[in-house]
Design a protein around this ligand. Structure first.
Ligand code: SF4
Length: 330
């Protein structure tokens, strides 16, 4: 029989609901795609994801092997990486060589400050209600180490893709928001987090700084909205040319941007058409530029094509709603 407190608070008996960062991130990006992946209607797989999974597996093995000694773990990773899946072994070596060196560098620089590698962190976002258990958000962090004191943390996330993020993209990323919120929630002393995306294929980094005062409630709001969509099992679609171009659900999505669907269905004819269009555009520009050189700007409706008086020629000048005078030189 349950306690009196439990009978007064039936929600305390409901199982907590845990959402992983990547599922929430898919939902925050486009609920339709996230649901299609969850329901098994499409598979979210790619060569780069395989490289990432293989790499994480080896890092996990290395950490277990090192048993608290991260130098030993780094050496293990380097020694064992040659046994990675043969079809992706060269890329896995490139990524893990970077990570092994980075691990050694951080350990040498901050010995004793390392909080965890490949460590899972979780925090409660919503308390239990009458109809569901508490909502827990969870994320695995590649590397966390303490900063100059207990108010500062450094987080490193290793990326095996070719995308090169800007610092502002790093700050705006859902992953940054989710991980930083969990850390702020769980570690009450932490006031600032220095977040690094280490891009292993290009040996580059994107960086952003998160501050509790400025970011905590904004991040919480963003997570709550994603969780609400997830709890509703939403299949809303938010098409966007960039998102749709790499979405795994293009074949079944009625909302897909048409060009992105054509690209994903068969990339070769798409690229052939793009090359042909580019060649035609070059020829068209030559013709129009020759005319402008002799007769001056061409003005039609709100568009201006051509140069600006005696100033430098600006042939890419399709400026909607601007006159020739306020057009910016390029
Ligand atoms: S194709 Fe575009 S709109 Fe459709 S699920 Fe994917 S991202 Fe969303």
């Amino acid at each position: 029989m349950g306690s009196l407190w439990e009978s007064l608070h039936p929600e305390s008996l409901l199982e907590p609901i845990t959402f992983d960062r990547s599922d929430l991130e898919n939902t925050a990006n486009c609920p339709f795609a996230a649901k299609a992946i969850r329901d098994g209607k499409v598979q979210n797989i790619s060569r780069l994801m395989d490289i990432g999974s293989e790499g994480h597996l080896l890092i996990k093995e290395g950490i277990e092997w090192g048993n608290g000694d991260y130098m030993v773990a780094a050496d293990y990773i380097l020694a064992e990486v040659t046994k990675a899946r043969p079809d992706i072994q060269p890329e896995v070596i490139k990524a893990l060589r970077f990570i092994s060196n980075e691990l050694k560098r951080i350990v040498n620089f901050n010995y004793g400050n390392l909080i965890g590698v490949e460590k899972q962190f979780s925090a409660e976002l919503l308390p239990a209600s009458q109809s569901r258990g508490a909502v827990i958000i969870t994320a695995r962090l590649d590397l966390v180490n303490a900063g100059r004191d207990k108010t500062v943390l450094h987080v490193h996330d290793w990326k095996t893709g070719y995308k090169q993020r800007s610092n502002s993209e790093a700050y705006a990323s859902f992953q940054t928001c989710c991980i930083a919120w969990i850390l702020f929630k769980e570690l009450a002393d932490v006031q600032e987090i220095h977040f690094w995306y280490d891009q292993t294929m290009t040996d580059t980094r994107a960086y952003c700084k998160l501050e509790r005062d400025r970011d905590y409630y904004n991040f919480q709001g963003r997570l709550e909205t994603a969780v609400m969509l997830r709890l509703q099992d939403s299949s809303e679609a938010w098409p966007d040319i960039e998102k749709c171009s790499w979405c795994p659900a293009t074949a079944i999505c009625p909302h897909v941007v048409a060009d992105a669907r054509d690209f994903n269905t068969d990339k070769v004819p798409f690229l052939q058409q793009m090359i042909a269009l580019q060649a035609r555009l070059t020829a068209m520009k030559k013709i129009a530029n020759a005319y402008v050189k002799k007769h001056g700007n061409i003005i039609f409706a709100d568009h201006v094509y051509g140069d600006k008086g005696r100033q430098k020629v600006s042939y890419s000048a399709f400026k909607i709603g601007k006159s020739d005078d306020d057009e910016k030189d390029e």
